[in-house]
Ligand binder design. Structure first.
Ligand code: DX5
Ligand code: ZN
Length: 216
C-alpha cells in the first residue's frame, strides 16, 4: 500500500504562506491539506476561497480541502472554483450528506466525508459509493497540536473493512506523528494528515521522511 502524506498548512507560518506551500511541495508531500474553519462548526476561523486561490499559483500538488463549516453546501462551488481537488465535508454538518457528495462530484472534484471522534462509522454506510475519500478525525477538530485519540483506531479498522475493494482513500487527521503513524497505517489508513509534526522543524523533507521511516 502506498502511503500519502498530507501536511496541514494550519501549522504553517501564515506570514509566508506561499513559501511554506512551495516548501512542503519541494519536500515531497503528496497532498496539501487545507483546514477551512468557520468559528461555528469548530471554535476557530481560518481560510476562505480567496486565500486558496492565491496559493493555487505556487504548486501543482492536489489541494485536499477539509471543510469544517456548517453549512458547507452553499460554498462548495466557491471552493471548487478556488482550486480544490478534493473537497471533504463533515457528516455532522448540513442535513443532506448524500446531496453534498453528489454536488462535489458534479463539480468534477473528488468527494470526501469526515467523521468527528464521537461519530460512528455507520453514518456513511449508505454513501459508500458516492465518496472518494473518508477522513477519520483522531482529535476534535479546530486546532493543530492536539493528542491522538486512541479510540479511533477501531473505527479506522472498521472503515477499512467497509471500503473493501472500492477505490476510496482512508485519511486520518489529528495527532499523527512518528509515534502514532504506524498504528493508524496498520489499522488501514493510507493518507495521513500531519500539521505540527511536519511544520515543527525547519527541514520539511526530513520530517516527511521521518514519517515514512516510522512505518518500517
Ligand atoms: C484539526 C485539523 C487538522 C490539524 C492537524 O481540526 O483538521 O488538520 O491541522 O494538526 P496536528 O497534525 O498538529 O494534529
Ligand atoms: Zn484537517
Amino acid at each position: 500500500m502506498t502511503i500519502k502524506i498530507a501536511p496541514s498548512i494550519l501549522s504553517a507560518d501564515f506570514s509566508r504562506l506561499g513559501e511554506e506551500v512551495k516548501a512542503i511541495d519541494e519536500a515531497g508531500c503528496d497532498y496539501i491539506h487545507i483546514d477551512v474553519m468557520d468559528g461555528h462548526f469548530v471554535p476557530n476561523l481560518t481560510f476562505g476561497p480567496p486565500i486558496i486561490k492565491c496559493i493555487r499559483k505556487v504548486t501543482k500538488k492536489p489541494f485536499d480541502v477539509h471543510l469544517m463549516i456548517d453549512p458547507a453546501q452553499p460554498y462548495l462551488e466557491d471552493y471548487a472554483a478556488a482550486g480544490a481537488d478534493i473537497i471533504t465535508v463533515h457528516a455532522e454538518a448540513d442535513k443532506h450528506l448524500d446531496r453534498s457528495l453528489q454536488v462535489i462530484r458534479g463539480l468534477g472534484k473528488k468527494a470526501g466525508v469526515s467523521l468527528n471522534p464521537a461519530t460512528p462509522e455507520s453514518v456513511i454506510e449508505y454513501v459508500m459509493d458516492k465518496v472518494d475519500l473518508i477522513l477519520v478525525m483522531s482529535v476534535n477538530p479546530g486546532f493543530g497540536g492536539q493528542s491522538f485519540i486512541e479510540s479511533q483506531v477501531g473505527k479506522i479498522r472498521n472503515i477499512r473493512k467497509m471500503i473493501g475493494k472500492r477505490p476510496i482513500e482512508l485519511q486520518v487527521d489529528g495527532g499523527v506523528n512518528v509515534d502514532t503513524i504506524k498504528t493508524v497505517v496498520d489499522a488501514g489508513a493510507d493518507v495521513l494528515v500531519a500539521g505540527s509534526a511536519v511544520f515543527k522543524g525547519d527541514d520539511y523533507k526530513a520530517t516527511i521522511a521521518a514519517l515514512h521511516n516510522a512505518l518500517k
